[in-house]
Ligand binder design. Structure first.
Ligand code: HEM
Length: 470
């Protein structure tokens, strides 16, 4: 038997075992190698495809993407059960083999006691109170970006992705390592490229190995980034040895804990990978939706005028009063969930409260982006941008199936940071400019780890004359 025949036989045997294992769960009929990818919609609109299958097979069904089988949990209670039981539903190969291959063993991929210890170490930097101490810097960085990157383009179409990507990168670096790189644009692009490549590998089932030239290049670039972080780490180690006072940030705590370089790099690039495109795109989509909905933009501007007037130094008190701005973010995350789905591996036969049993060693997929669009919870039209839906909802609403930052112990550590950064960016922009839809522009959404737009996010920017004249 030739080696190719051998692999085909092995593949078919494993495939049939999965088909038998999942036979009690409804779903479309799979074929070897392609699984259910013979349906073109799976490749052209993965999310639309999952939604179509939900209508046909109900809230819990199975799909095969190539040879990989998933049980899709589009039932909010089942999804919460899976995400809140990390001993049964563990982080699987997407995290362990793919994400960590490039980004190392940081908070996203670590498990068990290591994860608990690392999370406890960093948690204090991500509290509302601590993040609010960064407000002056966040305002200063936003105003600088407005002056250099937005002002020269008044009257033109701008790519918000470019603007927010670099700004979000700079904000995170000041927050985590108290540093601003001169070539932030280069590193910001690298971080986005890294997330994109890993995201594509996960969705399309492509292996992540140095045999693939773009993965090899990514690892080389990551090493270059480690090298530019080295002098900053050295300076902190020296300051610690000399007993000098140091800024209290995640880099300092890693140095105080005597982490190895490798551990420090892993934490930094993991947080960057997890927090960069997510925050940038979430803010892009919010402004894009505001541009498409002038009445809602006017309502936001009225709030900004009432709370800030012409002031640009946003205080913690202001943040608590900018409730409509917060609702705009929540609603934008409902429509465009930047982390569209998360996966876990169920390691033992588990009966969910809805009666479905997920067999051992099965991957489950929680489609956050579709749970957010349940018409029973949010009414019709489900696609309409209506921030008032979030009146009285403080942040997540798991009971409605709304958890854009994940759920339970593995939920996003950076949620408050992302929302605070986003609020600062949007309010200072809305104070000074008015954004309009560019009729010829259509978003081209592509979902990997994050839902990004492959052709940027474009709107037209005009000066707000009421701000200029007051
Ligand atoms: C709008 C912006 C953001 C969204 C929508 C988002 C979404 C998410 C989601 C859904 C998860 C859970 C993943 C899972 O269960 O497998 C997660 C985890 C995580 N996020 Fe975010 N995120 C955002 C911003 C940030 C920021 C700014 C940071 C900065 C540090 C960050 C760092 C992380 C980390 C480290 C984890 C893993 C946490 C753990 O497992 O302990 N994220 N995020």
């Amino acid at each position: 038997m030739s080696i190719i025949t051998y692999f085909i036989v092995i593949h078919v045997v494993f495939f049939l075992m999965d088909v038998i294992k999942l036979s009690k769960i409804p779903g479309p009929v799979p074929v070897p190698v392609l699984g259910n990818l013979y349906d073109r919609m799976a490749l052209t609109s993965f999310i639309g495809w999952l939604s179509k299958l939900r209508r046909k097979y109900g809230k819990i069904y199975r799909v095969f993407t190539g040879s990989r089988a998933y049980v899709v949990l589009m039932d909010k209670v089942a999804a919460r059960e899976a995400l809140s039981d990390p001993r049964t539903f563990v982080k699987g190969p997407d995290y362990k083999d793919k994400f960590s291959f490039v980004f190392g063993d940081g908070l996203v991929t670590s498990v068990g006691d290591k994860h608990k210890a690392d999370r406890a170490l960093f948690a204090k930097y991500f509290t509302q109170k601590k993040i609010e101490t960064h407000l002056p810097v966040l305002c200063e960085q936003t105003l600088q970006a407005i002056n250099t990157e937005m002002e020269p383009h008044v009257g033109q179409v701008v790519d918000l992705e470019h603007f927010f990507s670099i700004l979000a990168f700079k904000m995170f670096c000041r927050f985590a390592i108290n540093h601003e790189f001169a070539d932030s644009e280069v590193w910001s692009e690298l971080t986005s490229r890294g997330s994109n490549i890993i995201g594509e590998s996960i969705v399309l089932g492509i292996p992540v190995t140095t045999w693939i030239p773009r993965v090899k290049k990514l690892l080389e670039d990551a090493e270059r980034f480690h090298r530019v972080c080295d002098p900053l780490i050295d300076a902190r180690i020296l300051a610690l040895q000399k007993g000098e006072e140091m800024v209290d940030d995640p880099l300092t705590v890693m140095v105080q804990e005597k982490m190895t370089r490798k551990q420090m790099y892993s934490h930094l690039v993991t947080m960057l990978a997890a927090g960069h495109d997510t925050t940038a795109f979430c803010t892009c989509y919010t402004l894009f939706l505001l541009a498409k909905n002038p009445k809602i933009q006017a309502k936001l501007k009225a709030e900004v005028k009432r709370v800030l007037g012409n002031r640009t130094n946003i205080t913690p008190e202001d943040i608590s009063q900018l409730t409509y701005a917060k609702n705009c973010f929540q609603e934008s995350l409902r429509i465009y969930s930047v982390v569209p789905h998360v996966t876990r591996v169920c390691i033992r036969d588990t009966k969910l409260s809805c009666g479905v049993t997920v067999p051992a060693n099965t991957e489950v997929l929680v489609p956050i982006c579709l749970l957010n669009r349940d018409t029973d919870e949010w009414g019709e039209p489900i696609d309409a941008f209506d921030p008032d839906r979030f009146e009285g909802i403080t942040r997540e609403s798991p009971s409605k199936g709304y958890f854009p930052f994940g759920y339970s112990t593995r939920s996003c550590i950076g949620a408050t940071l992302a929302l605070t950064e986003g609020t600062v960016m949007i309010t200072l922009l809305a104070q000074r400019f008015t954004f309009y839809e560019e009729p010829s522009f259509k978003l081209k959404l592509k979902s990997g780890i994050t839902m990004v737009s492959s052709n940027g996010v474009k709107v037209r920017v005009e000066r707000d004359t009421s701000y200029a004249s007051s």
